[in-house]
Design a protein around this ligand. Sequence first.
Ligand code: GUN
Length: 295
Amino acid sequence: MIVIDGRKVAEDLKNELKTGIEQYRRSIGKVPGLSIIIVGEDPASQVYVRNKAKTCKELGIFCRIIELPPETSQEALLGTIAAENLDPDIHGILVQQPLPPHIDEFAATIAINPSKDVDGFHPENLGRLVMGHLDSCFVSCTPFGILELLERHRIRTSGMHCVVVGRSNIVGKPVANLMLQKHGAANCTVTVCHSATEDLTFFTRHADILIVAVGKPGFITADMVKKGAVVIDVGNTRIEDPSAKSGYRFAGDVDYGSVSAVASALTPVPGGVGPMTIAMLLKNTVLSFKRVNRL
Ligand code: GUN
């Protein structure tokens, strides 16, 4: 069985981006800029934002973190986004989710200029993805990272049956549409399953490529997987673990121990899809910078 090493692929990708960014700095005296807006004090979000900022620094990307207090009004947040939309030094804008309950996440998503929406959450970008205009949109980072993992591991996708479990706007819906595209690393027959699917095992057992994004630790067991399937685990749930130094660990949606005996390739948690998400965010930021500067 192949363990799909997201850490290694993410490192390779970041090194490639770093080399490019250094060249842009030397040739045109400019670097890509990413603005990260965080509202409130959600501890998990703060860890994500810190990691994104640290990685920007490593790569030579300018990173502006805008921390707003939890009571920030929706109008004030939309005003902050509008200012970042106009800043020529900023090529990517990310509003960290979840937002406090009094703020409408969709209103924040559509306030971002689609040409700076490096998360790929804006309907303009999602619409272009659905219509197959991949060259003129931003593909959301986790689906884009999954495609990159499949491509770099030379996993055959064309004509294969890809089953996606989960229908979120961030992962399930975009990844299902991406795998459907007539594109080298996709071109699958796609089935999408969700919480109301009857006889889920029937569908998952027919998957050549199984992508799981439900946020339920150990949800997919070996009996649900076809022999030789490629299994992509997007789950990353923080669970208590007294044996860990920190008192917790991250668990995937796939029961790694049993499924590794059946699958031909599998992403571990941690170290599979997770590291790819930040790498693809920065890839999108560089892509935005290149589009603006016609590079
Ligand atoms: N919260 C968890 N993951 C993400 C992400 O990829 N983008 C944003 N904006 N918020 C998140």
